[in-house]
Structure formats: structure tokens, C-alpha cells
Design a protein around this ligand. Structure first.
Ligand code: CA
Length: 233
């Protein structure tokens, strides 16, 4: 069983919220951060969550990380096809981060720079890798994490759902434990709030989703911000 909190906010600067999030029964959590001109980002991220939901609810249980990856592949086709048919959606895409809990097994499928964190024994760890240009440089040792945080090209993704005919998807599965807390979030949270503050909020706030949004807004709220917090109890 899990305890779930979710929240999304347009932020203090943007006019549209291009993030989408959804909780799918049983125990599946999705965040998506859309990009593209005009309303295209909103279209891409909302298509992602709808397409994933349709795929999963029509897939026989139990699901695993391969099922989640197939759901993203299907969404990639849907978004890519629409963007090719419609000039105003040309070039749109979205991040996709899906977590599925099956008892004590956890698995995820992931594309882009939205993230999953795991808080276990008071220690917060990012368990997804960003598919971003700056993260590639960090992995090569050409940038530090601190330099990456403020790099002018930090928003450039190396993978996005719907932006190309095919997409590379990271997947993994691992054991979950009692009292684990998972956080799924878009970069509107992690660009505004440091890991230490995130960990403190996850451990102390009765509604951690709302408290995380409040922290992002207090620090400037420069982007849309979306979070899903899942506590295993
Ligand atoms: Ca964003």
C-alpha cells in the first residue's frame, strides 16, 4: 500500500502549464514536461499521459519495466504522428517518467530530465539519469554538477518523447522497502529547490507535494512545477 500526494502549478513566470501528471491504478505514477511552440508543449505532455494510460489499462497485469517502456514507445508514435500532420505542433515533445510499484518491487521507465528520487533511511538519491546535454558533459567529466546547474544550455534534452520517430528509454527495476518515499518531479522543482530542502520536506511535511510546490514558488517559480510523492507504508 502507498500514500500518494500530487500537485502541479504553472509557476510565477509562465502563462501555460506544459506539465502533465497522472496516477493510474494500480500504483503507477507518471510525470511529463512538454515542450514546443504555442500550445504544443501542453498537447505533447497531455497526449503522453493519456496514451500511457490507455496502453497500460489495456495491458494484462502484472506490468514490469518492459510494459512501461512499450507504453512510452506507443506515446512516442502518437505524438510524432500528430506533429508531422500539423504544422503548429512541429517539433513538439515531452519528457516521460513512469514509476510502477508491485508490492516490494519497483520499476521505472524514463525519458528526458524529469526525475525520480528515492528517500530511504533519510538519504535522498536521484534514481533516474537526465537525458540532457549538460548531464552528458557531467558524465564525461567536462562539467561539475554545480556548473551544470547554471549552464546556459541546461534545458537542452538529448532525448524527448515524440520529437523523433524513435526514442531511447531508460528502464530499471529494484526492491522497494517499507518507509521508502519516492518523488517524481519536473525540472521546475529541481531547478528551484536544492536536494537538502527536498529531503527535509519529504520527511517533515504532512502534505509534501504542496510544500514542495510552495518551496519552488518561494524560490522564484520560474517554470511549471509538478510533483508526485509516494510513501510506502
Ligand atoms: Ca520544465
Amino acid at each position: 500500500m502507498s500514500k500518494v500526494f500530487q500537485a502541479t502549478h504553472v509557476g510565477k513566470v509562465r502563462r501555460n502549464n506544459e506539465d502533465s501528471l497522472i496516477v493510474i491504478e494500480p500504483e503507477t505514477f507518471v510525470v511529463a514536461d512538454g515542450m514546443g511552440g504555442a500550445s504544443a508543449g501542453e498537447v505533447a505532455s497531455s497526449m503522453l499521459v493519456e496514451s500511457v494510460k490507455n496502453f497500460l489499462t489495456n495491458s494484462p497485469a502484472p506490468w514490469d519495466e518492459t510494459t512501461l517502456a512499450r507504453a512510452i514507445t506507443r506515446a512516442n508514435e502518437d505524438i510524432w504522428n500528430l506533429s508531422r500532420q500539423n504544422e503548429e505542433y512541429r517539433g513538439m515533445g515531452t519528457t516521460a517518467t513512469i514509476l510502477y510499484l508491485d508490492g516490494i518491487r519497483a520499476c521505472f521507465a524514463h525519458v528526458g530530465d524529469s526525475r525520480i528520487y528515492l528517500l530511504r533511511n533519510e538519504i535522498l538519491n536521484q534514481i533516474t539519469e537526465d537525458h540532457s546535454y549538460v548531464e552528458t558533459l557531467v558524465r564525461r567529466g567536462e562539467l561539475t554538477e554545480e556548473q551544470a546547474r547554471v549552464h546556459p544550455m541546461k534545458n537542452v534534452l538529448t532525448q524527448a518523447v515524440g520529437a523523433m520517430p524513435e526514442v531511447q528509454i531508460d528502464t530499471a527495476s529494484f526492491s522497494a522497502q517499507l518507509d521508502d518515499v519516492f518523488l517524481l518531479c519536473t525540472d521546475g522543482l529541481t531547478n528551484m529547490v536544492d536536494d537538502e530542502t527536498i529531503a527535509r520536506i519529504l520527511q517533515n511535511e504532512p502534505n509534501p507535494a504542496n510544500a514542495l510546490i510552495d518551496a519552488a514558488l518561494e524560490n522564484g517559480g520560474k517554470d511549471n512545477v509538478s510533483v508526485i510523492v509516494v510513501g510506502i507504508d
